[in-house]
Design a protein around this ligand. Structure first.
Ligand SMILES: [Ca+2]
Ligand SMILES: [Ca+2]
Length: 642
């Protein structure tokens, strides 16, 4: 088990790091992947190489990068001259549908996009099965009526290459990922799954009966079979031999592969036809050979034995990089999300696994707080902070900065998400005419605060905990294609406080001096007092009256910015006493203990130093949203895909 996890992580790290030119041992990767997939086939439920297409309930198998011999050897029975044997290298891993795209999946596309296939549009249909049981080309044969019975689990047929392309475009847009048809080389590489025999299971066409649905054998299916009825190959791919032919992205050159690239070939620049592979229910066994190839016109040709399966391109999101923090002159490990439009989101690695620390404030700190900030009278909120030793269970990555408005904008632009603040009674803001704060009001939201200083560089505010969690889910979904799953969520309080302290007990990440806060944090300070003379806060000036753009102050020793001050930050947990914290998942308190209030951390631009303390817990309403409240994200890389 342990061994396996290590392999997984290695593959994952290597695949994310492919762009960073870290050394990758391709043969190791392949061996690991093959072993793993063999395990998968024994139904042990290992999912690490699998990725679900959520809106379609589709499974995809991880296909590692590697080299193979494409085409067939001269002595392979029934080979054709065009199957020229040549070495091909695929430099990028990818995901391939474990099954052909089904009628049910295609129907969702048709319904959602109001799509009409080429055969429906020109009224010419395609090759279907007539009343006599023989193939006939006619307008009445379409994907939904091929002339034989099909359920939602049968592979979709009578789709042109164009129709298959349209499906990929629709799905890509729907999920903000890149789906496409496989190249011919990817298809054959995936079909062979490391073999060089005529079929992925050997050389004997008689064995096809267990591996695929073709014509003239006793496999039990006259026309298409529901997908996945036969044995899969070593990559866990079903029906690569038979059932339906599958469109590939390449143009088709009937002379073979002359002049093709040895690395990541994509076929000729143009031709009359597009390639399809794998043979169908009406084909002879020889057509189902791994190297066998056919080309057909991309729009005019449709057959009741011709469908497709899809590739999901391996995402480079997130990537891992090791880079210096200029403010600290020290290197950190980052997990970096490319959110598009030149906007990135960076998380910093915190080595927390097995680390024990004291969460909360000591009696000594509490005494000091009572004397210093509360004139000797103990506030009941200190009860929340009663200290506790806790051992963290996992390393994690935590947002280097608070999530900015610009980052949140990318989330909204990409998904069309409408915040809970907007759909309920609005947020809080600054009324410039009357020089006062006001809310709740519909005119205030994550976009609008009423201050020119609130820009895309500012921390996003006026979002509820639910809104913040939806943002995390968006990031989590973006990470598809990288092996072990990523857990993206708000920080647990224990994680947040461990990260904030950065190894220091006491009030702040640097010690106890209130005035030093101005170096590390935007809080109520001298700058603010100049505008609000009655306000509390430190004397030193941090330069900001309201929220500051993220990342302006000195980071703590872990390379994290604005943990003290700027905006309060949502945590994932419900409030509870520290004695009740679970011993797993870094103490994440998912049980509400009758307490519906979540917690915010770190203080804000309007608070004094007391609220900025590492141990401070602010209990808030579950649907709360604040002009001074934002969040940062947390990621845990799960070691297995279970
Ligand atoms: Ca300030
Ligand atoms: Ca903060």
């Amino acid at each position: 088990m342990k061994q396996r996890s290590a392999g997984l992580i290695r593959i994952w790290v290597c695949s994310v790091l492919a762009v960073c030119a870290w050394p990758v041992n391709a043969s190791d990767l392949e061996a690991d992947a093959l072993d793993k997939l063999t395990v998968e086939q024994t139904h042990t439920g290992v999912q690490a190489y699998r990725s679900m297409v959520k809106s379609q309930g589709m499974k995809l198998a991880y296909i590692p990068a590697g080299k193979f011999r494409m085409g067939s050897p001269l002595d392979e029975p029934h080979r054709e001259a065009q199957e020229i044997l040549h070495e091909v290298e695929l430099t990028r891993a990818f995901y391939l549908g474990t099954h052909q795209v089904t009628v049910g999946q295609f129907r969702k596309f048709v319904d959602d996009a109001k799509y009409r296939t080429d055969g429906e549009r020109d009224g010419k249909g395609g090759w279907g099965v007539n009343e006599k049981g023989s193939l006939e080309k006619d307008g009445r044969f379409t994907w939904s009526s091929p002339g034989f019975k099909q359920t939602n689990n049968h592979p979709v047929v009578l789709v042109s290459w164009n129709d298959a392309q349209a499906y990929c475009r629709w799905l890509s847009k729907k999920e903000n990922k890149t789906y496409r048809l496989p190249t011919e080389a990817e298809w054959e590489y995936a079909c062979r799954a490391g073999t060089s025999t005529a079929y992925s299971f050997g050389d004997d066409p008689q064995d096809l009966v267990a591996h695929g649905n073709v014509g003239r054998n006793k496999d039990g299916f006259r026309y298409t079979a529901p997908v996945g009825q036969f044995k899969p190959n070593r990559y866990g791919l079903y029906d690569m031999h038979g059932n339906v032919w599958e469109w590939c992205s390449d143009w088709y050159d009937s002379k073979g592969y002359q002049g093709g690239r040895a690395k990541d070939p994509t076929g000729p620049g143009s031709a009359e036809a597009r390639v399809h592979r794998g043979a169908g229910w009406s084909s002879s066994a020889t057509r189902a050979r791994s190297a066998s190839r056919v080309g057909r016109h991309p729009s005019a040709y449709r057959g009741s034995y011709l469908g497709f399966r899809i590739v999901l391109e391996q995402s480079n999101n997130p990537r891992i990089e090791r880079a210096p923090d200029a403010r600290l002159g020290k290197k950190f490990d980052y997990l970096v999300y490319d959110l598009g439009k030149g906007i990135e989101l960076k998380l910093v690695k915190v080595r927390a696994k097995g680390q024990t620390f004291t969460i909360g404030s000591s009696a000594k700190e509490q005494d000091a707080v009572i004397q210093k900030y509360f004139h000797g009278k103990r506030p009941s909120t200190l009860d929340f902070e009663v200290e506790q030793r806790i051992t963290l269970t996992d390393d994690f990555y935590i947002g280097r900065f608070e999530v900015s408005r610009g980052q949140f904008r990318r989330f909204v632009e990409t998904t069309g998400y409408v915040t809970e603040t907007e759909t309920t009674d609005g947020g809080y803001g600054w009324n410039e005419d009357e020089k006062k704060f006001e809310g709740r009001d519909k005119k205030y939201s994550w976009m609008h605060y009423g201050l020119d200083s609130y820009t895309d560089a500012s921390p996003v505010i006026n979002i509820t905990r639910k809104d913040a969690r939806e943002f995390c889910k968006w990031l989590e979904d973006m990470g598809t294609g990288n092996g072990p799953a990523l857990e993206l969520r708000l920080p647990a309080e224990a994680e947040w406080e461990f990260a904030c302290r950065a190894g220091r007990a006491g009030r702040f990440c640097f010690g106890d001096g209130d005035e030093t806060l101005a170096v590390y944090a935007n809080l109520a300070d001298g700058t603010r007092k100049a505008m609000f003379p009655k306000g509390k806060g430190i004397e030193a000036k941090d330069g900001h009256v309201f929220a500051a753009p993220v990342g302006q102050f000195k980071p703590n020793a872990f390379g994290l910015y604005d943990m003290h001050g700027n905006v309060w930050e949502w945590c994932e947990d419900f409030y509870g006493t520290y004695t009740a914290l679970p011993k797993v998942r870094n103490g994440l308190q998912t049980v509400s203990q009758g307490e519906q209030r979540p917690v915010m951390r770190g203080g804000a631009w309007y608070t004094g130093p007391e609220a900025c303390r590492s141990a401070k817990r602010r209990l808030v309403g579950i649907g709360g949203r604040y002009g001074s409240g934002g969040f940062r994200v947390l990621c845990i890389i799960k070691e297995t895909g279970e």
